[in-house]
Design a protein around this ligand. Structure first.
Ligand code: AHR
Length: 497
């Protein structure tokens, strides 16, 4: 089978915003406690944060982290998580039915992010709370001395404002599972008022309105339209969330997830632009794809309703990933790069232990899942501008997404240095004819992930073995090369950068 990919330095999608390599730390299961934070762990720093996890986070190339939720934020009182730790009271987090000790709160997270060079993205509670609490949190984080909440921060030991730039106006408010779930009208009005107040506290912030929790929601499309009609003047971005999984052994549909993500992005962009057209506005609302990943949500997760009330950082949603999952994650990254003009912000959900590229054992090791590798390689190699490619490839008809191409690609250009990202979704090798006039591609050595045919098994040993067998630095599989033209052969079901 053959495919062609044409890239040209003059055909550009847009500058890559480094925030597209974001991740997510929610108070959920072991993401915070025994994830990023574990005082007493042999690698813990003087603040109680695990150095091994921080080192892997750096290696992963995460530029930004969303906090504190997720579903968690919709019943969170941020004031309970600041001030002297010994005076903080535990509460029942209704989203995950877990006793939250409030040991880690806004200051601890923001200071961890600052130490690790990660930009924070904060979410405010628009489930059980509203305008005043949201504006107060912006003042607590970003205000200068001389007003109530900024002075509280200073009294809590932090003089300098944190300068948090990105803010989510709630989380998945279209979802019936959300604490304080709302109709699009109810949410749109509240988000507009909360956003207005937050920007009056700090006009430099960027706001994200909640889009749909997935493209499968019955309200999808109409939700975006209604919410943006209410919030148009105040928000900068609309959120997207999407999780993909292999269902009933339907490997072809799973491998085509990147095409589903691509269509989802195009539909949200169209919905946003339709609102702008009706308003005769030139404003381009961009997308914060602030939750994306492979998650065995329907097939493995029992669902929030069935969760017993738990405490002490329970093991919830600790998906174990295979090399096949890693190929799909790489393909999803290709899709995000191809929309660099409209997707400046994205978060791989999540960072540690919860559907995560990094896993830990309490009092034990931290390790990389197979999905770690395509993310780390893309964050490292994708620099500068995303190019607008022309790809021709055979297609396959899938049960879930109809026709999808068997080869996908993205490319970036930084000065004269190009990087290319290629996916072969087919079970056969594919020869790719790459035309790249005027672009020097660094194709000598690449990172390759090839899918496996085994189900993932618990534990660091399995992850290490899967990675050793399926993730490798390879000599690029080039079969012919001349200036501006390269031919290479992609391994079956593989991702290559
Ligand atoms: O990332 C896990 C959960 O998925 C988040 O809390 C929620 O926003 C989404 O449904």
């Amino acid at each position: 089978q053959r495919a062609t990919v044409l890239l040209h330095p003059d055909f550009r999608v847009g500058q890559i915003d480094r925030r597209v390599f974001g991740s997510f730390v929610e108070h959920l299961g072991r993401a915070v406690y025994t994830g990023i934070y574990e005082p007493g762990h042999e690698t813990a720093d003087e603040h109680g944060f695990r150095r091994d996890v921080a080192d892997l986070t750096r290696e992963l190339g995460v530029t930004m982290a969303r906090y504190p939720g997720g579903n968690f934020v919709s019943n969170y009182n941020w004031e309970d998580g600041v001030g002297p730790v010994e005076e903080r009271k535990p509460f029942i987090d209704l989203a995950w039915r877990t006793i939250e000790p409030n040991t880690i709160g806004t200051d601890e997270f923001l200071q961890w992010a600052e130490r690790e060079g990660i930009e924070p993205m904060m979410a405010v509670n628009l489930g059980t709370r509203g305008v005043a609490a949201a504006a107060a949190l912006v003042e607590y984080c970003n205000g200068e001395a001389g007003s109530r909440w900024a002075d509280l921060r200073i009294a809590n030991g932090r003089e300098k404002p944190y300068g948090v730039r990105l803010w989510c106006l709630g989380n998945e408010m279209d979802g019936p599972w959300q604490i304080g779930h709302k109709t699009a009208d109810e949410y749109g009005k509240l988000a507009a008022e909360a956003g207005k107040a937050m920007k009056l506290v700090d006009p430099t912030i960027e706001l994200v309105a909640c889009g749909s929790s997935s493209m499968q929601m019955d309200t999808f499309g109409e939700w975006e339209r209604t919410v943006l009609e209410h919030t148009w003047d105040v928000v900068d971005h609309i959120s997207m969330h999407a999780y993909y999984e292999e269902l009933d052994g339907d490997r072809a549909s799973f491998l085509g997830s990147g095409t589903a993500m691509d269509r989802f992005i195009r539909r949200v962009v169209s919905s946003a632009d339709a609102v702008g057209a009706r308003r005769r506005s030139d404003k381009a609302i961009t997308i914060s794809f602030d939750e994306w990943n492979v998650w065995y949500l329907q097939s493995r997760f029992v669902g929030e309703k069935n969760l017993p009330l738990q405490k002490d950082a329970p093991r919830i949603i600790e998906d174990v990933y295979s090399a096949l999952d890693a190929v799909v994650v790489g393909d999803l990254l290709v899709t995000l790069l191809n929309h660099a003009d409209r997707v400046p912000v994205a978060c791989l959900a999540q960072l540690v232990n919860v559907i995560a590229p990094i896993m830990t054992e309490p009092d034990g090791p931290a390790w990389r899942q197979p999905t770690f590798h395509p993310f780390a390689a893309t964050a490292r190699l994708a620099r500068g501008t995303a190019l607008d490619l022309r790809v021709t490839a055979p297609t396959v008809t899938t049960k879930q997404h109809g026709d999808v191409p068997l080869v996908t690609a993205a490319a970036t250009l930084d000065g004269t240095e190009g990087a290319v990202f290629l996916v072969n979704r087919s079970a056969e090798p594919v020869e790719v004819d790459l035309s790249h006039p005027g672009v020097a591609l660094t194709l000598a050595r690449g990172v390759q992930v090839t899918a496996d045919h085994e189900a993932a098994v618990e534990g660091p040993d399995h992850a290490a073995r899967t990675i050793a067998e399926h993730v490798a630095e390879v000599d690029a599989p080039v079969t012919a090369a001349e200036p501006g033209r390269t031919t290479l052969t992609l391994a079956p079901e593989s991702w290559l950068a």
